[in-house]
Ligand binder design. Sequence first.
Ligand code: CDP
Ligand code: CDP
Length: 227
Amino acid sequence: ENGKLNVAIDGPAGAGKSTVARRVASKLSYVYVDTGAMYRAVTYYMLRHEIKPEEVDTVLAHVRKLDIELIPAEGGQKVFLNGEEVSGPIRSREVTGVVSLYSQIEDLRHHLVEMQRKMALRKGVVMDGRDIGTTVLPDAEVKIFMTASVRERALRRFKELDKTEEVTLDQLEREIAARDKLDQEREVSPLRQAEDAFVLDTTSMSIDEVVEHIVTRCMEVRGEVGL
Ligand code: CDP
Ligand code: CDP
């Protein structure tokens, strides 16, 4: 027993999960695991090999042989696919546009969930995604469901864009809403708030406030658990 907890952070796109999870992990000297990056890495691979999400058997045959590595790095994590760094390309709008179609595939999810559970075995992990509190780590000691209005989330993503990308705020908002809908309505481990999750609406909260909130909760729980 190393006295560490597991922290599960779920919520829709642009709620601030990865930014906050990374900082919470750094403050607690925990390991940050971005599960969205795993779904994105798979999607990037499938696009590159022109394998469509409908070709379920082909997707699965490839996924079982894929080597996906998340390496903790300064300011976050690096993502490697069969030894090649893909941290940048997996964030493209092309990948973002279709990742929710691949992430509906049941056996693909089972495969990635197994990997994610292994990463959290030794505790001291801050993991963010859609199904962490409900499916991946139902026993996580701290569960946060982070939300914000869809407009605010679109605005946050809009500010991140480099100026070469021609997309309007309204368009981004529509894309985010469509992805949320797919993630919420899929049959296998949809985006859903765990019953025992603490809900944080970050619409008018700063990043620091959100981080403080979660770190405080972790401290409290650590005290309660008596570690
Ligand atoms: O950062 P952003 O919110 O845009 O997305 P992400 O966390 O990188 O996740 C990308 C996509 O992966 C989501 O829209 C989901 O379709 C899928 N995903 C999932 O199904 N389950 C997870 N635990 C994490 C991501
Ligand atoms: O991981 P997720 O998709 O939930 O969101 P993110 O990529 O961590 O955050 C999206 C953007 O919102 C980032 O550029 C953050 O700096 C920003 N953000 C914010 O402005 N205020 C917050 N309370 C949280 C995040």
